[in-house]
Design a protein around this ligand. Sequence first.
Ligand code: GLC
Ligand code: MG
Length: 596
Amino acid sequence: MKTMGFLQFFVAPVALLILCGQRFCLACQQQTEVEQRKDWWQTAQFYQIYPRSFMDSDGDGIGDLNGITSRLEYLKDIGVTAAWLSPIFKSPMVDFGYDISDFYEIQEEYGTMEDFRALIAKANLLGLKIILDFVPNHSSNESEWFKKSVKRERGYEDYYVWSDGKLDAEGKRIPPSNWLQGFRGSAWEWREERQQYYLHQFAVQQADLNYRNPTVVEQMKRILRFWLDQGVAGFRCDAVPVLFEVEPDENGQYPDEEVSGLTDDKDDRAYLKMDLVENRPETIDMVYQWRQVMDDYQRIHGGETRVLLIETYAPPAYTMQMYGNKSVDGAHLPFNFNLITGLKSNISAPLVEQTIDLWLKNMPAGRTANWVIGNHDQRRAASRYGTQRTDAMNMLVMTLPGASVTYQGEELGMIDGVISWEDTVDPAACNSNADIYEKFTRDPSRTPFQWSAGTNAGFSDAAKTWLPLAPDYQTLNVEVENANTNSHLAIYKSLVELRKTSKTLQNGVHKYKAINDDIFVLERSLKGEETIVYIANFGNEAKTVDVQNDFDAFLPSTMTLKIRSLDSIKAIGADINVKTLSLAVGEAVVLRGRPK
Ligand code: GLC
Ligand code: MG
């Protein structure tokens, strides 16, 4: 299917029509989903909060828990089902919380355990769910576990992945393998005191835990139960594909990774293939074990389903195993990052179609899809896709079947911050240099959330915030957008409203197609209910299309305009003739109507 989509760019127009025709027929053969009751997470709006940048309550320029608590009404107002918080645990903040020194404590600058309980209590009152970030792969090298492991204290000797390394031709000790870390340079760091190297797939300060040690596995499950006891609704699991790496041979030696050919930069992790350090089979089994922890917990304590969301940038064959198989359940939702990784440049309607195919045509039967367009590791969605496509992308995520995921600020159309080398704090960039840091930095999408046009965009009273504000905060903010009936936020809210009220969006079948290079159409339909159609122009020129003729003959000729992108001149509630529908560049519409 993938190759076929690829071919569409090259084959002659006639062949192209035939290919499109075939694909279209396949799309018609969707299983007829009967209306069924879905569990809360299957139709949820998930929302990622980056706590450091959401709301600062104490004027230190850094977001915190009380800040989040003070803004939970906002989440409720925009229709969030569950918010997942990037790490809030005790940390030296080398990787801004992804280097945890105590998995059972709250980072002081973010607040206290009492603050966290207050957050949960208020969320419960509002009917919001809170999900935490679980960082299973590594701990900070300042954690007690690591310190004990360095000293070979009993029970901690093998908590991390230690190795003697090897001797080079001159008899000099060198790292055990050529493996590279995520933030440039070797994945092995020498510890004088222990006279061994430890593995770190990310920064030197993020030591990889040893999952071949059952004590570690048990400890990590204890962490899950500990936070479930605090009332969280589940976890987003960090960096899961790197959990396991190949086992050393009988002499404790590790094999070298082959060169990938993708870059000449020898410090960049992408310089090597990652076959030995990522996407190992043992990792899949660990995800199934964590699912068991969730299910057992629910069985014992009752309440609603606790969910597992998994961070995985991996090929579909691997990612789909995260869902589980016929005999065992895995993650509720392995994040679908295809709209991020698949739509990098030259966005076109056929590319959007293929990108959606990549998930829906590979997903095992009976599982739930999900759609992500951004997070704290990627440039801002609006900047990546082009600001004129901001609403088109939010609309797509909200009309496709399954769960939607929003990274804070996407609902406002927030754009990348512009951050000088001097102001750069992300280790992925700081470990490079002033000439190339922009290629690696993740700071631009982590700037303070924009609440208003006031001082620090209403995020903080501090003289200086931990990262500078992004441009356009005077117009792209909650206060201004809430006051305007035509804003990214208003559009986002009507999308959520539609998701919540439309049985078609919740339970309907789907059919989608690029009807030419620019126009993409997605239809959701359900017996006895109104059909909902999303149509977007992903091209660089205005286009007029006949959706009835080119997509679905059963559509009524006239449909009602329910939602449209910001710059559209079409009126909400207007009758739209789908046989002569003109869409400007970046324009997207959501229509509804009874099928013929
Ligand atoms: C994940 C996180 C990222 C972090 C890395 C190491 O990819 O999303 O922010 O740097 O894991 O924990
Ligand atoms: Mg603060």
